[in-house]
Structure formats: structure tokens, C-alpha cells
Design a binder for this molecule. Sequence first.
Ligand SMILES: *Cc1c(COP(=O)(O)O)cnc(C)c1O
Length: 384
Amino acid sequence: MFRQRLIAPGPVEISGDVQRALSLPQIHHRSPEAKIILKRSLELLRVVAGLPETTGWQPLILTMSGTGAFEAVLSSLVPRGAKFASLSAGKFGERWSDMAKLLGYEVTEQRFAWGESIPPSAASSIAPETRALLVTHSETSTGALHDLERIARAARAVSPEILIIVDAITSLGMAELRPVEWGLDAIVSGSQKAVAGPPGLGLVFLSPRALEVLNTGGSSGCYLDLRRELKVQPQGETAFTPAINLIVGLNASLEPIAAEIEQIGLPAYWAGKKALNDALLAAALSLGCSSFAQVPSPACVTLIPPAPITGRMLWSALLKRGARAQTGQDAIKDAICRISFMGHFDRYDALAFAGLLEEALVDCGAQVTRGAGVAAAWQALEGK
Ligand SMILES: *Cc1c(COP(=O)(O)O)cnc(C)c1O
């Protein structure tokens, strides 16, 4: 059967072990096996996020996509009518301020041009009475990485009590992310991105300060009330029927990822991910493409092909060769092509996709010296 490779920024390919885990007989979510698997997954997520129990942070697995998990965090942590600040420079960042408005919060927004990284100084102008800051770490719509450490520091300088709520959906397990050192309060991710599980699970991590707010404040949600999950998940239970099969699949995906992180450490793990993305980007630049993102996230490259080739044409040429990347969104829908190595890619994949990029660009009519992209990828991988 024709196999299509997924090189889109989510969902990503799942391993054979995950596929097998997803095909196991149905278990009951209140059974001892289910409890063991949920507890184990939470333990493994702690490794991926660098948040051992000693930090006082609590991970949660929710049956919903990343967007649902983000909404659960907002409505659980912040009472309706409270003031939010939102910093954005792309589709996802804008989604969070729109969401907060829909939920009845008062939102002060600062939007920056797509492709830019949010200037950390923007956080200095947040009003001191602001209850929470919404920010996206890796803006997958533009491929830009935001300087979350400096943004959080600037926000904290304005208000020591502000809750810093982060869309880490494509930065968790890809980019340097230090929730404790950077003073974050909630980070959200999804099962279909760097942890390479099946889509359908939201991943949430809450700081000790967020937990205190939850335990003392009122939440307006029901299914989305995280207090219900907090009460039971540490014991391996969930408030409602979870997508237990997806959790079994996620668990199978997390095992080797956490094992690698425990072996080499998070900084080396992040460096490995970045190296692959850098290699692909180097290949693309050598072939006449440019990066839409000022500061590229290691979670994806966003390519502007040489004119008159559009991002959509490149996307289409890749798809014809069995590789499903992604076009842009909204105003940059046809302009860019996004390629991601989230999940299980190694340096030989990076070299192969550099070769594929050459061929796809030739197909689009670009003047390409065969081997130039692969050579550039090799150079980047060798640190030259
Ligand atoms: C994929 C993605 C989302 C959306 O997540 P869903 O699981 O589709 O709800 C949000 N933010 C970023 C940065 C993403 O990459």
C-alpha cells in the first residue's frame, strides 16, 4: 500500500509500538491495568517536561485536543470577568485571545506581525492588575519561536502574582522549555505533536501557584473543571470516561522518548531535535527558499520558496511524492510550506527530506543543483 509520510506540524507519525498498543483489546478505565497506565503516563510526561514531583508541578491528561486543554486551564484558573493580557504573533496566539474573549474575560491584546518573535519588552506594558498572561511558545502557524524566558521575566516584574499560561503545544519535547526556572504557571500540549501519540489528548502541567489558585478559587466549568481531574489523576483515575485507548497509545509512545531523555538529558535531547530542523532549513536556504520565521522554532520550518513558486506549489509537489507537509493559514495560506520533524525522525531522515526538497523544487521549476540541499544539510549536521 502507498505509504504517505507525515511531515506536517501535527498530527505526526506514530511508531509500530504505538500502533500495536492502539489495537489491544478494550480495557475498562477503572481497572487496575488502566490505573497503572495512566499513572505511568503521568510519570513519563514529568520526564519529558523536566518536572519531577519535587518541583510540585502536576501533569494531567485530558480527553480533548490541545485547544480544549487550553480552555480547561483558562476557565479553571481564572474567574469570569478577570483581566487577561495576550501577546501574539500568529494564528494560535490570536486563537487564545479570541477564546478568552468568548469566555467572557476582559482581554488586552498586543498582536505582532506574523513571522516575528514577540518582543519581550511587550510584557513590560501589561497592566499590574492583570490576572493572567496568555502566550504561545512555538507559534506553529508561522514557525516562530518566542523568547518565553524573557517574556515571563518581564511579565513577572510587572506583577509577581500574574498567572503565566503557555501554549507549549509544539515546544514541549522540542524546544528548550524550563517551566520552573522561567516562572511559568501552566503549560499545555497535545498528544499528536512532539510526544508522537495519536491525536485526541490534551496535556496540562500546573505549577504549585496554579494548584493553589485552583484549590482556593471557584471554577466555572464542569467537564473542563480541572479540580475534578486533580483530585483523582494522581491515583490513576479520571473524573469521567477517558479515551483510555489513546492513553494506552500515548503511553507506548512516551516510554522510549522518556528513556532517551533520562539517558542523555533534556538539553541534549532538545539539541538533537533542533539539529534536524536546522539541517532541513539549511538545505532549503541553499535551494533558494527563505524562512518565514525570524527566529525559527525547532518544531517546524516555514519555507517561502523562490518566486514565482508558492508555498502551496511546493506543498503539492511534496505530496505528489508521498510526503504530507502543510501549507500556511489565513493571509499566508498559499505563501508558505511548513515541514515538521516532530516525532521519530533522525539525521538520515533529514538528509532524505533535503533530497526530496530538491526534487520537489525542480518539479516546481526551480533551478537547483542536484545534491546542493543534501550537502547543506550534511554541513549543518556536522556543525559546519
Ligand atoms: C497544533 C497546535 C494547536 C492546536 O491544537 P489542537 O490539538 O488541534 O487543539 C495549538 N497551538 C499550537 C502552537 C499548535 O501547534
